[in-house]
Design a protein around this ligand. Structure first.
Ligand code: G3H
Ligand code: 13P
Ligand code: ZN
Length: 307
């Protein structure tokens, strides 16, 4: 099965009130864990690659891993660039076979964000590639993009941005943030704002970044085995489900993959200190990714059986 684009995937998700998971991939075990979960749940998948992942693994390796996954499965799979920082990286990924790219100009002045998003759209559209843009700023650290505190997306500006930039989907800031420390007090998302953005952009797919839920079982497991991730807190699953039932068609998850793998690797090392075969600890880490992704697909995103 060849790679697919997000168009039909998002149209159906929008109509039927669920979201597709966009999972960050950095190595073989992560790709295998996600794709195995997708296959058991018969779910569409978005595998996304950050600039950091391209640097770590090398684009050709990541693309080949995903080609291998496609050979093994008949699932609809999108290959997406996560947080492209300039036109060049978007172009390189489009030329390299990605079916979707994000240009993240959220840190730029408004007009500049529109202009570069437009430039990416003009390159991507004739080549059949989808373009995600971002307006508003998430708190926390993004890849090569950092924002000390979030600036929520203005609904009227979002509608103007989409019209003038021509982007295909838009990442919005409504209270999520990247990483494992999303909330110090009560976890809240601005659903009134999300509803208004959705109303001003009927039928248009929105994207939620920073949407890991930071499962406390992984935090506890990591900390029991020498980790120091105290106070980590994510977006509660019921809030993600609610967003998926609105105009949010793509939900980004990276931190939960990191936590699942690290917690299980830490546990492995305390229980089997004499082991040194990497397959010994990467195997359980891969299984943990699979189990976590299955849970998300089935109980949070609502995209089981939508392949
Ligand atoms: O939003 C950022 C993603 O979690 C990717 O993180 O740049 O460390 O690969 P990374
Ligand atoms: P998390 O850090 O919440 O997993 O967010 C990932 C993300 O938004 C990738 O673009
Ligand atoms: Zn992100």
């Amino acid at each position: 099965m060849p790679l697919t684009g997000p168009k039909e995937m998002f149209a159906r998700a929008y109509k039927e009130g669920y979201a597709v998971g966009a999972f960050n991939v950095n190595n073989m075990e992560i790709v295998q864990g996600i794709v195995a979960a997708g296959a058991e749940e018969q779910s569409p998948l978005i595998l996304q690659v950050s600039a950091g992942a391209r640097k770590y693994a090398g684009q050709p390796y990541i693309v080949k891993l995903i080609e291998a996954a496609l050979q093994e499965s008949d699932l609809p799979i999108v290959l997406h660039l996560d947080h492209g920082g300039d036109f060049q990286i978007c172009k390189d990924c489009i030329d390299g076979g990605f079916t979707s790219v994000m240009f993240d100009g959220s840190h730029l002045p408004y007009e500049e964000n529109i202009a570069i998003t437009r430039q990416v759209v003009e390159y991507a559209r004739p080549r059949g590639v989808w373009v995600e843009a971002e307006l508003g700023r998430l708190a926390g650290v993004e890849d090569e993009v950092s924002a000390e505190k979030s600036i929520y997306t203005d609904p009227e500006q979002a509608a103007d941005f989409v019209r003038r930039s021509g982007c295909d989907s838009l990442a919005v800031a409504i209270g999520t943030s990247h990483g494992a420390y999303k909330f110090t007090g009560e976890a809240k998302l601005d659903f009134a704002r999300l509803e208004k953005i959705g109303r001003l952009l009927p039928g248009f797919p929105l994207v939620l970044h920073g949407a890991s839920s930071v499962p406390q079982e992984f935090v506890a497991m990591a900390n029991q085995h020498g980790g120091k991730v105290g106070g980590a807190k994510g977006v509660p699953e019921d809030l993600l489900r609610k967003a998926a039932g609105m105009a949010v068609c793509k939900i980004n998850i990276d931190t939960d993959i990191r936590l699942a793998m690290t917690a299980h690797i830490r546990k492995f090392f305390t229980e089997k200190p004499a082991e040194f075969d990497p397959r010994g600890y990467l195997g359980p880490a891969r299984q943990a990714v699979k189990d976590m992704v299955k849970h998300k697909i089935r109980n949070v995103l609502g995209c089981s059986g939508k392949a």
